[in-house]
Ligand binder design. Structure first.
Ligand code: PLP
Length: 437
């Protein structure tokens, strides 16, 4: 009987420790593992049998996290890595090599934008950016060397849901997988249900939830027919000199539809070494246990804050999927059926200085460069994350001078509103009053 996400978050991938019967997932703080004998070691290295070799490549605590996130996303297997950035980089490098290209949505986290526009370029991988409002733009930007398409489910700062099914359906006949960064919407959207082939996430955010541990994960949907596209996906078909000439679509056959993630673990993780530490995997597992409850509360509180801000005269515009109309509103209704997300933006009428004063006046809400924490977080992008951009370029990314981003936490909503209300008053020179008044 398939289990519900709330149950999987507590149970997937683990029952108890076979040696001690411990219920909590142990932190296997070990670098290496004793082989039974030389034949056993040979089978592990030869991929005839899966098992632990060395913690840079696999670890039992990380394995539980991988199984748990794979189950939550509805995928077949996953790979935990050291950060969300490493997850995005690996997801691309697993398919695209120097001379190849990928097509990406323009609506991206700034760190991913830099990775794609600069570091990938230095590696000889071209990233072509297209406006996600038009799914056909992905096809128009593609050519014979296009290996993947990439997008975020619920990208900042516009918070317009990406048309996953529409774009994934265009890529599949061409042999182009859609890679979705689902960092902002775990449990709210399952990109595999809409045809995506790979999911990446920064576990640093909602999955961990407590703001303690940087991490990332790549999930293989097991739903993409790599074997049918030898020309389009040479990395999966060409004998790989780095692993005794392995042809990944063949090597994975006895192990299940895991060619993509098996290749990533045995080559990229082995060679580049961006492994997640077992302690961080443990912390993230603790976070995921309460993910379903937290996401419910994040979404409910964000709608309360959105309604409150919409009623304040200092606020010119509230950006939250619950407030969207037109095509963005239709997509929010189609994809965000389990809640409209915990991220929210708003524009202060009085621009840059009001934005700064608002942030400086916050007492409960934290001023940090993070999202998805259980606590409410705020940042003023024009004076921080986007301050290197010209005002014109800021506007192109959707950041006006008075734009404030909130990651709404799970505190009592009245306390969040009270702090936002007094900070709005302070930003506009009016006397402090409590939201509940
Ligand atoms: N993807 C998204 C949507 C993010 O917001 C972030 C970080 O803010 C990342 C990826 C990168 O994750 P990390 O900071 O864990 O490297």
């Amino acid at each position: 009987m398939p289990l519900h996400p709330e149950t999987l978050a507590l149970h997937a991938g683990w029952r108890r420790d076979s040696a001690t019967k411990a219920v909590a997932v142990p932190i296997y703080q070990t670098t290496s593992y004793q082989f039974d004998d030389t034949a056993h070691a040979s089978r592990l290295f030869g991929l005839q049998e899966l098992g632990n070799i060395y913690t840079r490549i696999m670890n039992p605590t990380c394995d539980v996290l991988e199984q748990r996130v794979a189950a939550l996303e509805g995928g077949v297997a996953a790979l935990a890595v050291s950060s969300g950035q490493a997850a995005s980089a690996f997801a691309i490098q697993n398919l695209a090599h120097a001379g190849d290209n990928i097509v990406s949505s323009t609506n991206l986290y700034g760190g991913t934008w830099n990775l794609f526009a600069n570091t990938m370029k230095d590696m000889g991988i071209e990233v072509r950016f297209v406006d996600p409002a038009d799914p056909d733009a992905f096809v128009r930007a593609s050519d014979d060397r296009t290996r993947a398409w990439y997008a975020e489910t619920l990208p900042n700062p516009k918070l317009e849901v990406f048309p996953i099914a529409e774009v994934a359906a265009l890529g599949r006949p061409l042999g182009i997988p859609l890679i979705m960064d689902n960092t902002a919407a775990p449990l709210l959207v399952r990109p595999f249900d809409h045809g995506a082939a790979v999911v990446v996430a920064s576990t640093t955010k909602y999955l961990g939830g407590h703001g303690t541990s940087i991490g990332g994960i790549v999930v293989d949907g097991g739903n993409f027919d790599w074997a049918a596209h030898p020309q389009r996906q040479p990395a999966m078909h060409r004998p790989d000199p780095s692993y005794h000439g392995a042809v990944w679509v063949e090597a994975a056959k006895p192990l299940g539809p895991i060619a993509y993630i098996l290749k990533m673990r045995t080559t990229l993780l082995r060679d580049l070494g961006s492994a997640m530490a077992p302690f961080n995997a443990f912390m993230t597992i603790q976070g995921i246990e309460t993910l379903a409850l937290r996401m419910e509360r994040h979404c409910r509180n964000a709608e309360i804050v959105a309604d409150f801000l919409a009623g304040r005269p200092e606020v010119a515009r509230v950006i939250h999927p619950s407030k969207q109309t037109g095509l963005a509103g239709e997509r929010a209704a189609k994809y965000l059926t389990r809640g409209r997300g915990g991220l929210l933006g708003f524009e202060l009428r009085d621009g840059m200085e009001a934005g700064r004063r608002f942030i400086d006046a916050l007492q409960l809400v934290y001023h940090v460069a993070n999202i998805g924490d259980a606590r409410t977080l705020a940042i003023h992008p024009a004076s921080t994350t986007h301050s290197q951009l010209t005002p014109e370029d800021q506007l192109k990314t959707g950041v006006s001078s008075g734009y404030v981003r909130l990651s709404v936490g799970i505190e009592h909503p009245d306390d969040i509103l009270a702090d936002i209300s007094q900070a709005l008053d302070a930003a506009h020179g009016t006397p402090t009053r409590m939201a509940a008044e």
